[in-house]
Design a protein around this ligand. Structure first.
Ligand SMILES: Cc1cc2nc3c(=O)[nH]c(=O)nc-3n(C[C@H](O)[C@H](O)[C@H](O)COP(=O)(O)OP(=O)(O)OC[C@H]3O[C@@H](n4cnc5c(N)ncnc54)[C@H](O)[C@@H]3O)c2cc1C
Ligand SMILES: O=C1O[C@H]([C@@H](O)CO)C(O)=C1O
Length: 559
């Protein structure tokens, strides 16, 4: 079954959720209504109506694949409305001569890519997951991986954007403005987290169609900190997957090759494949039982099995669309850059879905993504290795997912983009059904999280992360003030802002620290009560990054 829609309405109000089904604070987002405009004029009318009713407005796509609660307009529900772009996805027009494509913001990434490739052109970057809308993916600075050309961030290939902004009565309370690359507001609008306006049209620059040639090289991680820079400079779409508990780093040699190169392969990334529901439930059940038995060894066995299987099947790469038969895998850009086959299954197929689908007891995890200025990343790796060498089993929980996924993002002019060439690192780890349930090695994850965001001042990916990652975020962007000025200019009454999304944008979520708040990254502990003393989890300093404050299982001896 494909993912379910993120919005559920009963008579009087609607609940807006995300793809994982649970927000970081585990509280529902309630709104008075959700509107489904289908044309740009209907989009404008929806904004005008909300302005006249003095409502708070947020935009959600048909996918809602963002983790932080950016799409929640706040309380009380009666005064808020959500505009969904799920049905605003009709128009895609490819301009072959000028190597451009313009589309409605609700269009899904896969639909756009297929149309562009049909026309013999290619969109260079994209997130690795295709289950996103064009408006949504640029709004959070979503990216693939590249330090070449315009780089791996999609918003750096945007050359025009149309916004529905609030207006006075004389202009019908809402109007459409078109911004091109040289507009002063353009750098605010292209990564705007839904805080300035509703994006109605996006225009991307394209390139003549090309193919990709991918080879995964499995290496020992001993020299990782000395090798990542060279790897990114040598291969246009390079990334690295580091499995710290196994001391293995998988260097993805990934380059563009001409269209006439032989090969019709695809990238059907394993993690995004249609997964038999029983498999997802099975993995989740075994994780849960290992957690309850504090079975580190079991986690490491599962991790080794997972990574062994991934190596065997090329992590989902297929040479002939069906099977992985060996490297290199060569295929069309449109079939290699992004994937998400679990999206394309029939409603009646109840036996398989995306592994994290909240309708089944499948995978349930945190997703942290830290974006480092390139010069700082080396020291982060060295610190994580120190932490890993203290007790490698602590890192098996990570390797059950994707380990550390290391990707490359180029400096951007976008105010909320990266101001310098950067390295993004994703890591997923087990999340318990209940907020207060202690998790194996959670102190290690909290230390890695705090090391990244506070010791190395990495920026949190706007679409991922637990709320603690956003503490002090506004100080990390040199042009943050310019973004706030643009927000004041385009939305003086703060119609698109809310105290809930301000916790992300302005890192304001820390006024009160409640009992147990540190157990899910809702605060950084400063007292034991912020952890779970009844279960022996107490607030302690980090082992390598001493300034970190983490919830550690006091029943096990530290080193
Ligand atoms: C399985 C998975 C894999 C992922 N892989 C990657 C990856 O490889 N790289 C990466 O960088 N990210 C990745 N992401 C994150 C994803 O790219 C972002 O969450 C993206 O923003 C989701 O797009 P969406 O259409 O679901 O937007 P939503 O989640 O619906 O919205 C995101 C934000 O954009 C705003 N917004 C949406 N549409 C509009 C509009 N038309 N006008 C104004 N504001 C709007 C919303 O208000 C919100 O603030 C992944 C996410 C998942 C779940
Ligand atoms: O869930 C996600 O998957 C990708 C990456 O971790 C694997 O492709 C990504 O960036 C996510 O947020």
């Amino acid at each position: 079954r494909p993912p379910r829609p993120p919005v559920k309405c009963d008579g009087s109000r609607c609940t807006v959720s995300n793809a994982y089904g649970v927000w970081g604070d585990r509280k529902d987002c309630l709104v008075s209504a959700v509107l489904y405009p289908e044309t740009e004029e209907e989009l404008r009318l929806a904004v005008a109506q909300a302005k006249q009713k003095k409502q708070k407005v947020k935009v959600v796509s048909g996918f809602s694949h963002t983790i932080p609660k950016l799409i929640c307009p706040g309380s009380p529900p009666e005064t808020s409305v959500v505009i969904s772009t799920a049905k605003y996805n009709k128009n895609i027009s490819v301009d072959v001569k000028n190597l451009r494509v313009t589309a409605d913001s609700g269009v899904g990434l896969r639909d756009l890519i297929d149309r562009v490739e049909e026309a013999g052109l290619s969109l260079v970057p994209s997130p690795y997951w295709e289950g996103v809308s064009l408006g949504g993916l640029i709004s959070t600075g979503s990216h693939g991986s590249s330090w070449w050309g315009k780089g791996g961030s999609v918003h750096d290939h945007l050359v025009g954007i149309s916004l529905v902004v609030v207006a006075g009565a004389s202009e019908g309370y809402a109007k459409i403005i078109r911004l091109e690359s040289n507009d002063p507001l353009f750098n605010a609008a292209r990564v705007s987290l839904g805080h300035l306006a509703v994006i109605s049209k996006v225009t991307f620059s394209l390139e003549p169609g090309f193919k990709r040639s991918i080879t995964n090289i499995f290496k020992n991680d001993a020299e990782l900190e000395n090798e990542f820079l060279d790897h990114a400079q040598r291969h246009e779409f390079a990334d690295i997957t580091w499995y710290p508990s196994q001391k293995t780093a998988v260097f993805r040699n990934d380059d563009r090759v001409p269209l006439n190169t032989s090969g019709d392969g695809i990238n059907d990334f394993l993690g995004f494949q249609l997964t038999p529901t029983i498999a997802s439930i099975g993995i989740r059940a075994s994780e849960k039982s290992m957690e309850s038995r504090k079975d580190f060894k079991g986690k490491c066995t599962l991790a080794a099995t997972e990574t062994g299987y991934k190596k065997l099947v090329g992590n989902g790469l297929k040479n002939n669309k069906v099977l992985f038969t060996g490297y290199p895998v060569v295929g069309r850009q449109g079939k290699m850059q992004t994937s998400g086959s679990c999206l394309h299954s029939s409603e009646i197929n109840l036996l398989s879905m995306c592994a994290w689908d909240p309708r089944i007891k499948g995978l349930f995890f945190y997703e942290s993504t830290a974006i480092f200025p390139a010069p700082k990343f080396r020291d982060f790796i060295v610190d994580v290795k120190k932490l890993r060498d203290l007790q490698p089993e602590n890192f098996c929980g990570l390797d059950i997912y994707n380990g550390f996924l290391i990707r490359f993002i180029k400096a951007s002019g976008a105010y909320l983009g990266q101001s310098e060439d950067s390295v993004a690192v994703d890591f997923n780890y087990y999340r318990a059904e209940d907020a207060l349930t202690p998790r194996l090695a959670q102190d290690v994850w909290e230390e890695v999280e705090q090391m990244a965001f506070f010791k190395y001042r990495a920026k949190p990916h706007w679409a991922k992360n637990r709320i603690v990652a956003f503490i002090g975020v506004e100080e990390k962007y040199p042009n943050f003030g310019k973004f706030l000025e643009a927000r004041k200019q385009l939305d003086p009454q703060g119609m698109f802002s809310s105290e809930i999304s301000d916790e992300v944008l302005l890192g304001l979520g820390f006024r009160t620290k409640s009992d147990g708040c540190a157990m899910e990254g809702q605060c950084i502990c400063s007292e034991d009560r912020h952890c779970n003393p009844d279960k022996g989890y107490l607030c302690r300093p980090g082992l390598v990054y001493k300034e970190a404050r983490v919830c550690r299982d006091s029943s096990v001896s530290t080193f």
